[in-house]
Design a protein. Structure first.
Length: 402
């Protein structure tokens, strides 16, 4: 006679120790993403201001894979890389409002571009400073982090795919992103105390902030909750754009190691997404929310494929290089603010839009001047638009000095 309690217990033990099925792996990855956003909302803890859900969404699958609960290789990961990444990029870029950002921010966009240039220049300098203590492919870690520091998490994922970064390289980038953020965000928040001296230093117009606030109100779009046809429409646009990019990328010449088929596909997807943002498709509600859900799923997938043990010996030198790098970025932001005569609020938001994306830019804007929150989001969206191009170029600069 079958002993059902023992049989059931054995099955549960097997499930709890190792998850290999497609449904189980996908359920765990999605569940990890949902859990930490629920935890942030339920607890309202300030911890998440300094350690955003992203870091936990990445590290939890790392730990689960280390313990053998999640596999480090699975067909699920290949499907996510093939479908989710291009779809999320299209959806993320649909809401980029280049004309609106320029109208609202004016010279502030220039300061952000100075900050972007600082990221691009600082990466190879920081890499060269610590290169002797890093592995031969560490340039990929710097390139991956450049994607995040120019645009955001979606750009980090895209650039990592373009340069075929390993789990170790991605792990270094995520750790560097989180650790540097811990001390860079307080610097950006604290810069508000020097508003008057900063204004004297840059020679900013006294009514600049008031003009930006008025322009931001004029650009504010009120959207409704997405409907079923909206979601289906967004999925159709994202899938068709991914399909077209794949077809074209297969017919373009590759230049190893500078331009692979994967790199071509991401560059084409980015161009398509930006192009579609100028059409009426950008008015479909829900694209940003759906895109961010896919971004975090992709981050969880990267975590499950990472072996942080390989990164342990490189973590300290990488953080030293990233620290040198971030201060070069800051110097470029100051230079841009001086040359373009911009206030400290805009300069801080410009840096946050680069280094932390929309969420960080909103936090900094709320602290400096709450009326500038809409403007900060517009600036961060510009980062999304240029992040793949500039991040990939930065990775190639690091490759040239490797």
């Amino acid at each position: 006679m079958t002993n059902w309690p023992e049989t059931l217990g054995g099955c549960l033990m097997e499930i709890s120790l190792s998850i290999t099925s497609t449904e189980g792996v996908l359920a765990m990855l999605v569940g990890v993403c949902a859990f930490f956003f629920w935890l942030e909302k339920a607890t309202q803890s300030r911890l998440f201001q300094y350690l955003p859900p992203l870091i936990f969404i990445y590290l939890t699958p790392v730990l689960l894979a280390t313990q053998g609960i999640l596999p480090t290789k699975s067909p699920v990961y290949e499907i996510i890389g093939l479908l989710v990444l291009p779809m999320m990029l299209v959806l993320l870029l649909l809401k980029v409002n280049v004309r609106g950002a320029i109208r609202v921010l004016g010279r502030g966009v220039g300061v952000m571009l100075f900050g972007t240039l600082g990221v691009m220049v600082g990466a190879p300098i920081g890499f060269l400073a610590v290169k002797p203590w890093l592995g031969p492919d560490a340039w990929k870690a710097f390139g991956t982090l450049a994607g995040s520091w120019i645009g955001g998490t979606g750009n980090m994922a895209a650039v990592s795919q373009m340069i075929d970064a390993s789990g170790t390289d991605v792990g270094l980038a995520v750790i560097g992103d989180s650790v540097i953020y811990l001390f860079w965000l307080p610097i950006l928040l604290g810069s508000k105390l020097f508003a008057e001296r900063f204004a004297a230093f840059t020679g900013v117009d006294e009514d600049r902030v008031a003009k930006m606030t008025a322009a931001a109100r004029a650009e504010t779009n009120y959207t409704t909750a997405p409907t079923t046809p909206d979601i289906l429409g967004l999925l159709t646009v994202a899938l068709f754009a991914s399909w077209i990019a794949e077809l074209v990328a297969q017919r373009l010449p590759t230049i190893d190691p500078y331009l692979s088929a994967s790199a071509w596909k991401i560059l084409l997807i980015t161009a398509l997404g930006i192009g579609l943002s100028f059409t009426r498709l950008s008015k479909i509600p829900g694209s940003h929310e759906l895109a961010m859900a896919l971004v975090y799923l992709f981050v969880a997938r990267m975590g499950a494929q990472t072996n942080l043990a390989n990164a342990a010996g490189q973590t300290l030198p990488f953080l030293v290089g990233a620290t040198i790098w971030i201060f070069i970025h800051g110097a470029f932001c100051l230079l841009g603010a001086k040359l373009l005569r911009v206030d400290v609020h805009t300069a801080a938001i410009a840096s946050a839009a680069n280094i932390g994306g929309a969420a960080s830019a909103s936090i900094v804007a709320t602290h400096h001047q709450e009326s500038l929150v809409p403007a900060s989001i517009l600036m961060a969206l510009i980062g999304y638009a240029i992040g793949n191009f500039a991040g990939y170029a930065t990775a190639l600069l690091c490759l040239l000095v490797s």
